[in-house]
Design a protein around this ligand. Structure first.
Ligand code: ATP
Ligand code: MG
Ligand code: FE
Length: 337
């Protein structure tokens, strides 16, 4: 089954075609990052308008690059939440309308299920059951995945998401938006010093996270420092170590608690090199998407949607995007229910 996937939950317009027989056929991405950088963060209304401008040309390009015509499509999957309501509305209305006009089924995809299944687009795909560490701009979660659609949240952030902590700390240190990747690059130039940041909530039982205190700790260290490039890199290093250590400890705990022997990591922060390196020391099999599929993309939505559409699931001819939507409300694939 050839499925067109559309992602528009935040500031990336992503489109892809996934064929359940041949795999990923084509994909295209347009990032609005440069536009939002001027404001230091995503401006929701500008995001919606830019999705409107880019979505149809991107769909045409993706279909053409797959060597197909619109009539060859057999299903359409679009991100229906969580995310910015205006941005979600664009992908949902375009996707649902296209499916209706082509007479093919449509499916509303949960953005975090998209992230969670992204490692399955790789050749060495993980099999269920596993523990998933989802680390993105808006979410930090440990999820027990017994089967596709069977998700139990083991722990999550009580305040800032990891990506958000990276971005906010980068901003405090004068880096440009979105600062996460820049802060990570800076950390690679830093070295261990006597600056030590807390590993929040590791001494308490449970699997929840808290990252909002780390940015304050980084700001105080920066204000106390000589404010040189070297000091900035050393603070970035200490900050990244604190985050990576905390995630390592909680993943280890989640694996022991559930008894699962596989970990998958997904979401934008999954692109972080130091995190990828450290988690390989957990002593279990660890799976990551390729770097480009850690951050938002159409491929993960096409894939998640294709699994469900191929199993017979579909939506009526209405759209109901959900800015807030719990992963735990999802159900398994129809045949498994
Ligand atoms: P959500 O998926 O929760 O709705 P989102 O879609 O905005 O949020 P993603 O696109 O998955 O988030 O990830 C973007 C986040 O990942 C940003 O916060 C960004 O700073 C962070 N990020 C990307 N690359 C890196 C890196 N190498 N190191 C640390 N953080 C990174
Ligand atoms: Mg983004
Ligand atoms: Fe995302």
């Amino acid at each position: 089954m050839k499925v067109l996937g559309i992602e528009s939950s935040c500031d990336e317009t992503g489109v892809a075609i996934y064929d359940t027989e041949k795999g990923l056929l084509s994909e295209a991405l347009y990032s609005q990052v440069a536009m939002h950088a001027e404001y230091g963060g995503v401006v929701p209304e500008l995001a919606s308008r830019d999705h409107i401008r880019k979505i149809v040309p991107l769909i045409r390009e993706t279909v053409k690059n797959a060597g197909m015509t619109m009539q060859d499509l057999e299903g359409i999957a679009y991100t229906s939440g969580p995310g910015l309501i205006g941005a979600l509305m664009v992908g949902a209305s375009v996707g649902r309308t296209m499916a209706w006009s082509l007479g093919i089924p449509a499916l509303a995809v949960h953005h975090m299920e998209g992230h969670l299944l992204a490692p399955m687009l790789e050749e060495d795909a993980p099999e269920c059951p596993f523990v998933a560490l989802l680390v993105s701009g808006g979410h930090t979660m440990l999820v027990e995945v017994k089967a596709i659609g069977d998700y139990k949240i083991l722990g999550e952030s009580v305040d800032d998401a990891v990506g958000e902590a990276f971005d906010k700390t980068a901003k405090l240190m004068g880096l440009s938006y979105p600062g996460g990747p820049e802060l990570a690059a800076l950390a690679e130039k830093g070295k261990p010093t006597d600056i030590k940041f807390p590993r929040p909530m590791v001494n308490r039982p449970g699997l929840d996270f808290s990252f909002s205190g780390l940015k304050t700790a980084a700001l105080l260290a920066w204000e106390k420092s000589a404010q040189t490039d070297e000091a900035k890199a050393d603070i970035a290093y200490a900050f990244q170590e604190a985050i990576v250590d905390t995630l390592f400890i909680k993943c280890d705990r989640a694996l022991k608690q559930t008894g699962h022997k596989r970990l998958i990591v997904a979401g934008g922060v999954g692109a972080n090199k130091r995190l990828r390196e450290r988690l390989n020391d957990l002593g279990v099999e660890v799976f990551f998407p390729r770097q480009a599929f850690c951050t938002d993309n159409g491929a993960m939505i096409a894939y998640a949607g294709a699994l469900r559409l191929a199993a017979g699931q579909q939506e009526p001819a209405v759209i109901s995007p959900q800015p807030r939507w719990s992963l735990e409300t999802l159900t398994g694939l129809p045949e498994a229910v």
